[in-house]
Design a protein around this ligand. Sequence first.
Ligand SMILES: [Ca+2]
Ligand SMILES: [Ca+2]
Length: 630
Amino acid sequence: MPRRRVDMREESPGKPSTLAPQIHSASRRLGVFLSVSLLMCCVARQGPPGPASAPSAGLAIRVNQVGYLPDAPKVAVVCALEPRVITSFSVVDEHNRRVFGPRAPDAAGPFGPCAATYRLDFSTLRQTGVYRIEAAGVTSLPVRIGDDVYRGTADSLLAYLREQRSGYNPVFRDSVHQRSDGVLVDHPTRSGEFIAVSGGWADASDYLQYGATTAHATTMLLLAYRDHSQAFADQFQANGLSGANGIPDVLDEARWGLSWLLKMYPEDDLLLNQLGDDRDHTFWDLPVNDSADYGWGRGGRRPVYPCTGKPQGLFEFKNRSTGLASTAGKYAAAFALGAAAFRERDSVFARRLAERARAVYALGAAHPGVCQTAPARAPYFYEEDDWADDMELGAAELYALTREPTYLGAALQYAALEPVSAWMGQDTARHYQWYPWHNNGHYEIWRATGGPGGPGGRDSTQRRVAEYYARGLEAVARHAGNGFRIGIPFIWCSNNLLASFATQAYFYRRMTGDSSYLEYETAALDWLFGTNPWGVSMVIGLGATYPRTPHSVVAQQLHLQLTGGLVDGPVYRSIFEHLRGIRLLAADRYAPFNTGFIVYHDDVGDYSTNEPIMDGTANLAYVLAARAAH
Ligand SMILES: [Ca+2]
Ligand SMILES: [Ca+2]
C-alpha cells in the first residue's frame, strides 16, 4: 500500500493538464482490444451502483453477502444509528414465509457509528435457500445458505492479481515496465548496473513492487493450493490470458510470483527488495505508459533496491533497516514451498527453487534483522520490525522440503523469539510493523511434525505452536466484545489484519479441533463481506454492495471493475484525517455511517480505505479456498 495516492493526490487533482496526454494516449492504445479483454480476462466493465446503503428508520441489518455454509455459525448484526430497543427478529424465505423466529436478539452495545448493535443468531437454520432477516420493520439484503456459496470465490480473487501483473500484462495485452526494470541503486559498489527484474505484481494502485509482500502473497497462494487444491479451476494460461493450460490458475499465479522472486535474488550475496520508489506517485497514469522519472527521463528505467542491512532512502527520509533476515526468510519460504509444488510438474524449476531456498535462508541466518522498504520523497514506508517470524517460516518450509533436522531446530528457536504476532491485542501499530500479520510458521511446524493424521495435541512441539496461536487469538478476542466481534486495531490496511486473523484462527482450529475462536473467525470473514457498519463487501465484485470507485487509475480511466481486489478497509478517523493528500472526490454515500471512530469511503480519492491491496487479496484467497473446499 504504498500509495501512489500520497503524492498523486497532491498533484493530480490540481494538475489535470499534465495528466491528460497520457490518459488520451493510453485510451487510444487500449481501445482496440478492450472489448475483448473485458470479456475474457481479469476485469469486467463497471456495473450499475449496488443497492443503496442508506439506513431505513436509522437502522440497518448487516449480513455476509456471499453467504453462509449450512453448518457454520450465522449471525446478522443490527446497527442502529440512534439508541433503540429491539425485541425480536425473524428470517423469511423467498416466498416471504417465516422459517425462523421470532427470536430475541442479543444486545451488544454501541460500536462506531452504531448507537446500539444487536446480534441476530440464526445458526440453527441450515436449509439451503435464499432468505432475508427482518427486525423492527427493517429487512436485510438477501442471505444465501448453501454448500456452494464460496465455490469459485478464491479464483475470483486471482483476477485481481492477473490485473496487477508487471512485465507482460494480460489486461493491457502489453508490456508493463518490461524493458525498464531495473537499475541497481544504493549498492556500495555496483549502483547504476542494469539487472533484469521485470515481472511480478504491482503492490497496490501504484506500481511499486516489493519482495516482502510478493513473497508473502506467493506463499499464501502456494499454501492455498497445497491445502485446498479442489477450490481452484483452470481457465487461464500462464501469461494470464483466457484459456486452460492444464495447470490450476492458482499455480500459474504462484509461478508468476516465484519467477519474479528468482530475478530478485540473482546472486547468493545480492538480495533485492524493492523495484521503483515513491517517485512513482508523481503521475496518475496507466502502467503501460508510466511517466515516472527516476533520473533517467520520464518513463525511463526504474530503480531496484538491494537489502543492505543499513537504513535506506536516497533523499531526506530513511527507513530503519538493520539486516536481511525479514526478506530472506520470506523468499526462502516461497522458494521451498514452490519447490514442493512444482516437483512433479517441472523438476528443473523445482530444483532451482530448492537451491535458491537454501542459499537465501543462509543469507538471512547470517544477517539477522529487518530489511524495510525504502522511502524516497515521502516519509511513508513499510516499517516491518520483526524478522524471526520470517526465518521461522523459511526454516519450517526447508525442513518440510528436505527433512534435515537442523532446519526444524532453527524453526523452533525462531518461533520462541516471537510466539505471538505483536499487534494482536494492541490498539495500534506502525505501517506493516508486524508483517505478515499472522505467522504461517507455527502451522507449518505443526504440519511438518505430524500435521493432519499425526500425533496432534499429544506431541509437545505441536502443543507449543498451537498455544502460540491461541495467545494471539485470545488477545484479539479480548478486544472484540462489540456487536461485530471485531478486535483488531483499525490501522491502515485493517482488512489485511482481518484476513490474517481469520487465517490464524482457521489454522488453530485445524491444529487442535478447538472451536473456541470460531465465533471471531467467522465474524472476521463476515465483516469482510458486509457485516460491518457500512454494509459493504470489501472485495470488488463479490456480494451485492462492494467498492465501485476504488483508488485506482486503471479502474477510473478505463472504467473497469477490478474484480477480486480486497480494499484496505476502514481506518481510525484520526488516520484518515492525518494522511497527506486525501480528498474525497464525490458525495459520501456512506455518510450516515461515517460518524464514529472509524471511517470507510467508496471514493477514488481515499487511498487510506479504498485502495485494493495485492498481499491481502492473496491471503484472503487462502481463507476462501478453505471455505470453498468445505
Ligand atoms: Ca491455468
Ligand atoms: Ca516479519
